[in-house]
Design a protein around this ligand. Structure first.
Ligand SMILES: [Zn+2]
Length: 263
């Protein structure tokens, strides 16, 4: 009953729903993007959602971080979001880590990935991973760590960003020779220009909700059907003019992250 409207969809059937149930979404960042993305994935029936965030909820977050209320200020984001997701859909497994993703906690993430691969009823393959990494952070250092995990573990990385009234979205599958996050953004990252984020540039309440749900839209298609309609493309959304365009990117064969790992 819970998923009846979804199973009715053209191109979506019980087997797609079963694949969702067998899937794990590892979501780094339970803020402006992580709240709407995780909520939609929980409602849609993704079997296991794991949230990672060491941040606490502040009053200035409530404008856009849709899983939190004023009574949650001061609480940890990953823990509070997990409780809400559990209430929204008690049929799925929700877990969380209150650790910041860094070199040390990356080992814990690798353990979780190994455990999920071992448990999965649907075999893990390069063509269709049952584990999806979601980058919902606004921090370049954490993004780069996640990209390294994606390359080393051969997992797809669904990366979204939102700032002011604009957003970007890409689903990197580096093991398919289509490039990684660093192939696209490496030069910008090495230039070390001032990092733009919501705290220093502002963001409209709707921008993160739109981008978080675009991320969920792509995650559901990938996990349920194995589709990546953005293969080799970076989607750019402009909320001011209500327009969208996709840029094509290619693998950088001298990329310092994926060149040594993927032949
Ligand atoms: Zn690369």
């Amino acid at each position: 009953m819970r998923y009846a409207r979804q199973v009715l969809l053209d191109g979506w059937d019980v087997s797609a729903q079963v694949r969702l149930k067998a899937s794990t979404a590892i979501i780094v960042g339970a803020g402006g993007l992580g709240c709407p993305a995780s909520e939609t994935l929980a409602r849609a029936g993704v079997g296991h959602i794991h949230l990672i965030d060491d941040d606490t909820i502040e009053m200035s977050n409530l404008q856009r971080q849709t899983l939190f209320t004023a009574s949650n200020v001061g609480q940890n984001k990953a823990e509070t979001a997990s409780e809400v997701l559990n209430q929204i859909n008690p049929l799925i497994e929700v877990s969380y880590s209150m650790q910041r993703l860094d070199a040390q906690s990356m080992d814990d993430l690798s353990d979780l990935i190994a455990q999920k691969r071992h448990e999965s009823l649907v075999p893990h393959s390069a063509d269709h991973s049952t584990i999806l990494l979601l980058d919902c952070t606004d921090n370049f250092a954490i993004r780069q760590l996640l990209n390294e995990i994606s390359v080393v573990e051969r997992l797809p990385l669904l990366s979204a960003s939102a700032i002011a009234m604009t957003g970007q979205l890409a689903l990197y599958e580096p093991y398919k020779n289509t490039g990684c996050y660093y192939c696209v953004f490496g030069e910008i990252l090495t230039n070390k220009s001032v990092e733009q984020n919501c705290a220093n540039s502002g963001v409209l309440a709707s921008t993160t909700t739109v981008m978080g749900n675009m991320q969920a839209n792509l995650a559901l298609q990938y996990l349920g059907l194995g589709h990546n309609p953005l293969s080799g493309q970076l989607l750019n959304w402009d909320g001011k003019h209500m327009s969208q365009h996709n840029l094509r990117f290619k693998r950088d064969y001298s990329c310092k992250v994926c060149a040594g790992q993927i032949g």
